[in-house]
Design a binder for this molecule. Structure first.
Ligand code: PRP
Ligand code: URA
Length: 212
């Protein structure tokens, strides 16, 4: 069974278009990433388990719901950091575990530089956050680390994916659920997503020094 969700929501497409625009400033870029993260998280959390919780309203007692699963947000540094706060607002009790990965510019292969995941006691659900899924190398490395930790349910949330990146993750980890704002058709010679949005980390953190 395929677990790939590509949003066709008008708000996602509207904000995504602004995000892609090369004239969008870093301030607005970060705000758009926050909005898109919330919209995609809404879909990614649709199947979370809940359990009963008894409360008293000012008028009576009632049985409501609370989240039953232990959930972790796992941003991939750097660009994934911009997705944490809006999703933590939705799931305030989530744990946050950072993974440091960057793509070697010459080979486009992921390089691991930070991982403090514990060896035991995994969460029930891990949500990997990275705005860009290009070759899929970084996402696959992150999912490998989470699988080694023992996480059974892994959800990857990306703002833009390439078809190649989606295929790479699905082939290696067919049970991973993938939620994206758009799947773009191709990667260019240096493995950037086209049409894409350029370098998400640099646009988020205002470190873009060379525009083509
Ligand atoms: C970007 C992006 C992903 C990765 C995607 O990070 O945020 O982590 O590239 O590419 P892939 O699917 O081919 O692995 P980058 O390496 O630019 O690091 P940064 O977030 O620190 O800028
Ligand atoms: N990383 C990015 O930030 N953008 C791409 O298009 C590919 C990798």
């Amino acid at each position: 069974m395929l677990h790939v969700f590509e949003s066709d929501h008008p708000l996602v497409q509207y904000h995504l278009t602004q995000l892609r625009d090369k004239n969008t400033s870093p301030v607005e870029f970060r705000a758009l990433i926050r909005r898109l993260s919330s919209l995609l998280a809404f879909e990614a959390t649709r199947d979370l388990a809940v359990r009963d919780r008894s409360i008293q309203t000012p008028l009576t007692s009632m049985v409501g719901s609370e989240l039953a699963a232990k959930i972790a947000l796992v941003p991939i540094l750097r660009a994934g950091l911009g997705m944490v706060d809006p999703i933590l607002d939705l799931i305030p009790a989530a744990e946050v575990w950072h993974l440091g990965l960057y793509r070697d510019e010459a080979t486009a292969q992921p390089v691991r530089y930070y991982n403090k995941l514990p060896q035991t006691n995994p969460v029930d659900v891990a949500m990997v956050l990275d705005p860009m899924l290009a070759t899929g190398g970084s996402a696959t490395a992150a999912i490998e680390s989470l699988t080694e930790w023992g996480v059974r349910s892994i959800k990857l949330i990306s703002v833009i994916a390439s078809q190649e990146g989606v295929d790479a993750v699905v082939t290696r980890f067919p049970e991973t659920q993938i939620f994206v704002g758009a799947i773009d058709p191709e990667l260019n010679a240096v493995k950037y997503i086209v049409p894409g949005l350029g370098d998400a980390g640099d646009r988020t953190f205002n470190t873009l020094r060379y525009l083509e």
